[in-house]
Design a protein around this ligand. Structure first.
Ligand code: HEM
Length: 189
C-alpha cells in the first residue's frame, strides 16, 4: 500500500500557515480518497460493519419517531390549540424541540451511518434494483423532513395554510416510504 504520508500534496497543505478551514477540509478529502482505495480502509469498514449497522438502525428509529409524530402535533395545533389561551405557544415549543433536538441530529446520523454502510465493501451492489428503490425512499423521506420544517416555521409565524385534514393525509407519506425502504433492504430484490 502507498504511504499516504509521503504525498507531497498533503505535506504542502499541512504547513503551519495554511491553517484555514478550506485547507483542513482539503486534507480530509485527500485522506478519504486515498484511504477509500486502500485495503486498510476496506478492512476497517468491514470490521466495523455490525457497529455501523446498529448505529444506523438506532438513528433510523429516532428519526422515524419524529417523522411520524410531528405531523400529528401539527394536526392538533391547527384544529384544537387555538381554542385554549396560551396553548399555541406550547405547541410551537414542542414542535421546535422535536425538530431541532431529535429529528435533525437523527436524520444526520442516519445519513452518515447509511453512507458508511454504502462504502463498506460487499454491502451494496448497484446492479440490483433494491439500492435504487431504497435511494428513492430515503430522498423522499429527507424531502418530507424538509417539508415539515417549513410547515413548522409557517405555524410559528401564524401563516400556516395547511388544514388538519391536509396534515393527516401527509402523515401517510413516511409510512409508504418506510415500507418501500424496509422491503428494499430486507428482501434485496
Ligand atoms: C438516509 C440515508 C440512508 C442510507 C444511505 C442507508 C443505507 C443503508 C445501507 C447501505 C444498509 C445496509 C444494507 C445491508 O446491510 O445489507 C442499510 C440498512 C438498513 N437500513 Fe438504511 N439507509 C438510509 C436510511 C434508512 C431509513 C430512512 C430507514 C428506515 C425507514 C432505513 C432502514 C434500514 C434498515 C432496517 C436496515 C437493516 C437491513 C438489514 O440489515 O437487513 N435506512 N441502510
Amino acid at each position: 500500500m502507498e504511504n499516504i504520508w509521503d504525498n507531497k500534496l498533503i505535506h504542502s497543505f499541512c504547513r503551519p500557515y495554511n491553517n484555514n478551514i478550506f485547507f483542513s477540509f482539503n486534507i480530509v478529502l485527500i485522506l478519504v480518497r486515498k484511504l477509500q482505495n486502500s485495503d486498510l480502509m476496506s478492512d476497517i469498514l468491514s470490521f466495523l460493519y455490525p457497529w455501523t449497522l446498529a448505529f444506523h438502525i438506532v438513528s433510523v428509529i429516532s428519526w422515524m419517531a419524529g417523522l411520524f409524530y410531528l405531523p400529528r402535533l401539527f394536526v392538533h395545533h391547527v384544529e384544537q390549540a387555538k381554542e385554549v389561551k396560551g396553548l399555541p405557544v406550547v405547541f410551537d415549543m414542542m414542535e421546535y424541540k422535536l425538530l431541532r433536538v431529535i429529528m435533525n441530529p437523527a436524520m444526520i446520523a442516519t445519513w452518515v451511518f447509511g453512507l458508511i454502510l454504502v462504502l463498506t465493501p460487499g454491502v451494496v451492489d448497484w446492479s440490483m434494483i433494491w439500492p435504487w428503490t431504497k435511494l428513492f425512499g430515503v430522498v423522499g423521506m429527507s424531502w418530507f423532513h424538509h417539508w415539515l420544517a417549513l410547515r413548522r416555521k409557517d405555524l410559528a409565524a401564524g401563516v400556516n395554510t395547511v388544514t388538519g385534514r391536509g396534515f393527516r393525509i401527509m402523515n401517510e407519506v413516511p409510512t409508504v416510504l418506510m415500507i418501500v425502504i424496509v422491503f428494499s433492504v430486507v428482501l434485496k430484490f
